[in-house]
Design a binder for this molecule. Structure first.
Ligand code: ARG
Length: 461
């Protein structure tokens, strides 16, 4: 075999075209899987030795060689080359250079097809655990803020118009819930990621008496991929991870959008810490919310990666096709982007400073307690539809007088219904409005505190 030839070039009559070599190589990005490739190879080699497919001596040589390669990669001295195409062949080539003959035996009963699927699952499993921790820490910071501001009144919006008073704590808890569902999804996905493809070999399994259960145990897999064709070819685990990531990013983008709005001088609801903002090179007065804007913007990338993987998989005949080499860059970038966004949002949220006066003033700008007046009339015996009409007329009057409904004096209110009396006091204030919503899931400060406690308990599990 000429020196630069590929391990598979035995059947070819001419060397591969330089352009093809570059086009088909993946080492530049899949070297990220090296650590898992080595782990997988060690487990495979030990299993082969256990089944006497490989001698003890060969196993020791392979272990020694792989340990050395691991050190070289860690130290940055490993020489990656596109001549060796991908991470698997780079490592194998180095192993053969280091230990000779035994290195050539490692690939017995294995193919790069089951190898790459194994590496990717091991890598993703570890990333999933890291992302779980990041999600939790963002949730914890939201919970701390929600508790601190359980009674801080702000306008709740529908159609981006002031609708009803809520508390800032309650508003933040909405995001805690979204992230909780994201975390549940992530844990569900982890179970399906955590199955061993190794043993499927190229597609049909192997004629050697392998012990897949042992390999699974050693690598911490919860189960085996049950069909060899499926094991090497489907990437649904990566797709559903990207679906999770896209959805988590969509959730972050909503919070990002609110931060952008709230931090704008028009709203002035929050102050973002200076160290999370940037300035303008031309307008000296500006303090821009670049971090939330970027989070909002990066959502598009992750949604795009989901589309890329779905499209990659669509219509692929069984079993492995080289198309699947294209799964890595979108998946890697989805993981990196989500992690970056979570890591920057957690401390940003921790240091958010709500501006109580601006929030309260805005709550008093949109007749936000109109529903409370209607509910009051219902408690006095009026049908809700009639109460709705009465309050609508009162709101018209308030608009004419250019005041908030809550500011109309009792004498004025009584013009719309005799049922309104002195006990209306408090009902129409934002504080009275939120305090009245005392059921589970409601915005009353007492409920917000209870919800925080429940959410904290959920996180400790
Ligand atoms: N680099 C390849 C990938 O990422 C590894 C598997 C290649 N197998 C093959 N038969 N060409 O999918």
């Amino acid at each position: 075999m000429p020196k630069k030839a590929k391990p598979w070039s035995g059947r070819f009559e001419e060397p591969v075209d330089e352009r093809v070599k570059r086009f088909t190589a993946s080492a530049s990005f899949d070297k990220r899987l090296a650590k898992y490739d080595i782990e997988g190879s060690l487990a495979h080699a030990r299993m082969l030795a256990g089944r006497r497919i490989l001698s003890r001596r060969d196993l020791r040589a392979i272990e020694r060689g792989l340990a050395r390669i691991r050190r070289e990669i860690g130290a940055g001295t490993f020489r990656w080359s596109i001549d060796a195409e991908d991470v698997h062949l780079n490592i194998e080539r180095r192993l053969v250079a280091l230990v000779g003959e035994p290195g050539k035996r490692l690939h017995t009963a294995r193919s790069r097809n089951d190898q790459v699927a194994t590496d990717l699952r091991l890598w993703l499993r570890e990333e999933i655990d890291g992302i779980g921790v990041l999600l939790e820490s963002l949730q914890r910071n939201l919970l701390d803020q929600a508790e601190r501001h359980a009674a801080l009144v702000m306008p709740g919006f529908t159609h981006l118009q002031v609708a009803q008073p809520v508390t800032f704590g309650h508003h933040l808890l909405a995001y805690v819930e979204m992230l909780e569902r994201d975390r549940e999804r992530l844990l569900e996905i982890r179970k399906r990621v955590n199955r061993l493809p190794l043993g499927a070999a190229a597609l049909a399994g192997t004629s050697f008496p392998i012990d897949r259960e042992r390999v699974a145990r050693e690598l911490g897999f919860e189960g085996l991929c049950e069909n060899s064709l499926d094991a090497v070819s489907d990437r649904d685990f990566a797709i559903e991870f990207c679906a999770f990531a896209a959805l988590a990013m969509v959730h972050l983008s909503r919070l990002a959008e609110e931060l952008v709005l709230w931090a704008s001088p028009r709203f002035g609801f929050v102050r973002l810490p200076d160290r999370f903002c940037t300035g303008s090179s031309i307008m000296p007065q500006k303090k821009n919310p670049d971090v939330p804007e970027l989070v909002r913007g990066k959502t598009g990338r992750v949604v795009g990666h989901l589309m890329a993987l779905l499209t990659l998989m669509k219509g692929q005949p069984l079993a492995y096709n080289k198309d699947n080499q294209e799964d890595k860059e979108p998946l890697f970038d989805a993981v990196d982007t989500l992690k970056d966004c979570l890591a920057v949002f957690a401390p940003l949220v921790a240091d958010l400073e709500p501006v109580a006066a601006a929030m309260r003033a805005a709550t008093l700008e949109g007749h936000a307690t109109a529903t409370d007046l209607a509910d009051y009339l219902v408690r006095k015996g009026m049908a809700f539809r009639d109460a709705h009409g009465v309050v609508a007329r009162a709101v018209r009057e308030a608009e004419r007088a250019r005041v908030d409904l809550a500011a109309l004096p009792l004498s004025q209110l009584r013009k719309f219904s005799e049922k309104i009396s002195a006990d209306i006091k408090g009902t129409l204030s934002p504080e009275g409005s939120v305090a009245a919503r005392r059921h589970r899931g409601g915005t009353a400060p007492s409920e917000v505190r209870r919800a925080v406690a429940r959410a904290r308990k959920r996180l400790r599990r």
